[in-house]
Each structure stands twice: as C-alpha cells, then as structure tokens.
Design a protein around this ligand. Structure first.
Ligand SMILES: [Zn+2]
Length: 66
C-alpha cells in the first residue's frame, strides 16, 4: 500500500531534493536532509497535521549518537 507518500521535499537553501532521515511520530517532528548540500531541515507538525519548517542547520544536532 502506498498510503505513505515518500518523504521528499525541497531544500531551503539550494533547491535540492531533501529526504527523510528521522521521523518522531510521538513528538510530531521529522528531520529531512538535502541530498545536494547536506543541510538538515527540522519540521514540526502543526495542529492541522501539516509539516512546518522550524529551522535549517548544517548539523543534525539530534542524532549525534548515530
Ligand atoms: Zn541543499
């Protein structure tokens, strides 16, 4: 079933393709990373269920243990 669309987006900085690196369903957050420049994009789901871009960063910060 293809109910879940691929988590692809566009880079805030270079318009490259971003792909999902981390999804936290409980917190309603996700991290996308640009395949072109490596920029991390932090998203949070708003109360309407839409993903809102919180910040962009060169470092993931949240998954330094990986
Ligand atoms: Zn980029």
């Amino acid at each position: 079933m293809a109910e879940e669309k691929r988590h692809l987006g566009k880079c805030f900085d270079c318009d490259g393709i971003t792909e999902l690196v981390e999804l936290d369903v409980d917190k309603g957050t996700k991290i996308m990373r640009c395949q072109a420049c490596g920029l991390f994009h932090f998203y949070k789901k708003d109360f309407l269920g839409r993903w809102k871009l919180l910040k962009v960063s060169k470092a993931s910060g949240l998954e330094s243990a990986k």
